[in-house]
Ligand binder design. Structure first.
Ligand code: AMP
Ligand code: MG
Length: 418
């Protein structure tokens, strides 16, 4: 039995990835960059467009890391355990005054350290002998429990550079700098449609032989998580003029046009004819599985990617190839994925020839070692395999399969898929 998909002369996956990235970089270099200022509340997932320099130090003042007592320890009396208490400092209510040798104030976590304080002892180690007097259980350490001004962020520090995708912690960091707005790039516009006479949208009645289409739903949901502006052109029937119309409308508005279906050589696939008319598009056979057929090229005003019709192929092709294009069009740093090696709990079947992104469920076993269970159904139509999985098992093109217990590369699904 031979794998019908294995043929020599396929384009290596890495070459396809690089060619797509190069084309996207070339496209974006010719488009004026659109920058806008948005409230930090809306910043999550956006791409930083201008360097962010901190206008203040964080924290802005030396402060206590503990509830306890701020002390003035003298360098020649480090063993001192008895101190005079001359006041108190609370977060937001500093002590007005200076500590001299042998003096202390009661201090709360986050309260500003007074002049002269050079250590904080936590209250658990302190006995309050009287209103004016404390005794430490053991001598304090110089500089203990003090958070220094600027230890989080220094004044004038570069906090973010262009290309950085903002996360929840980043939004908090901006808030800690007192920022209310941030300059980000306008998101890329991505138009998408599905082709196929058999496709119906959820909510419509199915005729004999029809299916509910799912690709637009998976891909648009990923696009939204990636922050793209989506132009949804719906389902287009296998009709040459309808397909041409859809392409022209999409091209007029979008930076990237995505279609799904009709890129393999089927009888009713007019995509190729239309693209030959209006654009410069290559039909690639990529040495990847699932995936393989991919149309890619340029329309008069935009880039175009024709994803395969099979739902798993469309999802995986988007994940591993289109995502990069979108990163480049977003002006985002293109980052490699996090991978690690895990032990497969079952035999993995594979023929040499194509890089295979099988779906699996990775988890730490009882010994705390990472294992991965390959899902039994790996067909390109089995969308539930992606829904159930939490990772790809990334199998190199030349590999011929693995026995149970062997080490394989696992790539946990990134946040835009899981
Ligand atoms: P095609 O690439 O158009 O030959 O389609 C390959 C397979 O994917 C066929 O079984 C189609 O019915 C299916 N398919 C195409 N587009 C979609 C879609 N948008 N959602 C779900 N399945 C699809
Ligand atoms: Mg079709």
């Amino acid at each position: 039995m031979s794998d019908p998909c294995f043929k020599p002369g396929l384009m290596p996956f890495e070459q396809a990835q690089k060619a797509l990235q190069d084309a996207a970089e070339q496209y974006i270099s010719k488009v004026p960059r659109k920058i806008r200022s948005i409230p930090i509340w809306e910043a999550d997932g956006n791409i930083v467009a201008s360097e962010v320099i901190s206008p203040i130090a964080v924290p802005g003042h030396d402060n206590s890391a503990m509830d306890g007592y701020a002390l003035n320890l003298s360098s020649d009396a480090l063993e001192q355990t008895s101190f005079e208490v001359i006041g108190a400092a609370f977060a937001g209510q500093p002590f007005q005054g200076e500590l001299r040798q042998g003096q202390a104030i009661k201090i709360m976590t986050g309260a500003k350290l007074p002049e002269g304080a050079n250590a904080v002892e936590m209250k658990e180690n302190v006995e309050r002998a009287s209103e004016q007097q404390i005794t430490l259980q053991q001598p304090a350490r110089l500089n203990a429990n003090i958070r220094r001004a600027g230890e989080d962020i220094e004044l004038n520090q570069t906090v973010f550079v262009p290309g950085h995708r903002l996360s929840p912690a980043d939004v908090g960091l901006l808030a800690s700098l007192g920022k209310t707005e941030i300059e980000v790039y306008a998101p890329p516009k991505v138009a998408i449609f599905s082709t196929g006479d058999e496709l119906k949208a959820p909510g419509q009645a199915l005729s004999d032989g029809d299916i509910y289409e799912s690709n637009r739903y998976v891909v648009i949901t990923m696009l939204r998580r990636l922050g793209a502006e989506v132009i949804d052109l719906g389902i287009i029937p296998d009709d040459k003029s309808a397909i041409k119309d859809a392409f022209l409308r999409a091209d007029a508005e979008a930076d990237l046009v995505l279609s799904s279906g009709g890129v393999s050589v089927g009888d009713a696939d007019y995509t190729k004819e239309v693209l030959d008319d209006i654009g410069q598009v290559g039909f690639w056979k990529i040495a990847m599985k699932p995936g393989k057929p991919l149309a890619f090229g340029s329309l008069p005003n935009s880039l175009f990617m024709g994803l395969p019709g099979n739902p798993v192929s469309a999802t995986v092709t988007f994940y591993h190839l289109a995502k990069r294009v979108i990163d480049v069009l977003s002006h985002a740093d293109v980052q490699g994925s996090v991978k690690f090696s895990a032990t497969t709990t079952a035999k993995i079947k594979k023929r040499p020839g194509r890089r295979d992104f099988q779906r699996g469920i990775a988890y730490p076993n009882e010994q705390g070692q990472w294992v991965v269970e390959p899902l039994s159904q790996q067909g390109s139509g089995i969308l539930s395999s992606i829904s159930r999985a939490n990772c790809f098992i990334d199998l190199p093109a030349d590999n011929a399969g693995y026995q149970q217990g062997e080490q394989v590369m696992v790539e946990m699904f990134a946040a835009y898929l899981k």
